[in-house]
Design a protein around this ligand. Sequence first.
Ligand code: NAI
Length: 250
Amino acid sequence: MHRLSKRSALVIGCASGIGASVARLFAREGADVALADSGRAAETASLQEAIIAEGGRAASFEVDVRDEAAVAAAIEGVIATFGKLDILVNNAGVSGGFAPFATQNPADWQGVLDVNLNGVAYGMRHALPHMLSRSHGRIINTASQLAHKPAPNNAMYCASKAAVVALTASVAMEVAASGVAVNAVCPGPTDTAMWRAADPEWNAWKISTLPIKRVGTVEEIAWAYVFLASDEASYMVGQSVSPNGGDVMW
Ligand code: NAI
């Protein structure tokens, strides 16, 4: 069964990790998939080729989510290429590093917010007019389980992801009755470049606190996006869907 046939999707932040897996699964489920990332043309091109080789339809765009005009141009580009935009995934994210809050560099703070929060806001701002005009759309924002259960030495990241959850819920309330569903995925620890680049001691501690006692795979996270993008998720509004190994259970 192809859950996303006749749908067109844009996945921003898809050169690796969770976003790449989401893009592949969306294509396997029948969606036309636009790939967007920043400064990772080779990886994005190789993902595009892989999707096309499997019989899918894919396009790619260079987008730095800190640049609102670039985000807007990509959304216009997807609509021009595929004729419409049904599904937007705002997945670009950076970790910001691990340090006690008081010692963190204010420039790093701004850098994390620029990508993790502003990038999501830009994506929604420029996709919504098109989706509202069609009375149809799905927006899926990547937050984190750290939005719901913050951790020490990672305050900037936790705050940015909690803001994504609040932004998601607030916008979801505004547009739900107009046919556009806005939800968030809050992954737990997931085996990606971001996870592997983190402090090994922090990672070991985090896994020790998980009921499942292991890190998740990207596919275990990506299916939550397929669900939220599908017709089966038509009653999901402003939710935090949390594939997280049991770290947060509400
Ligand atoms: P990743 O590093 O493989 O993916 C992050 C993606 O965002 C990359 O493709 C990167 O190039 C892109 N990106 C970063 N800055 C960008 C910018 N300015 N403009 C456009 N694209 C940009 O790592 P991962 O883990 O797959 O991260 C994906 C999302 O999942 C992020 O939002 C991250 O915060 C979130 N997340 C990850 C968890 C984990 O344990 N790996 C847990 C919870 C959330």
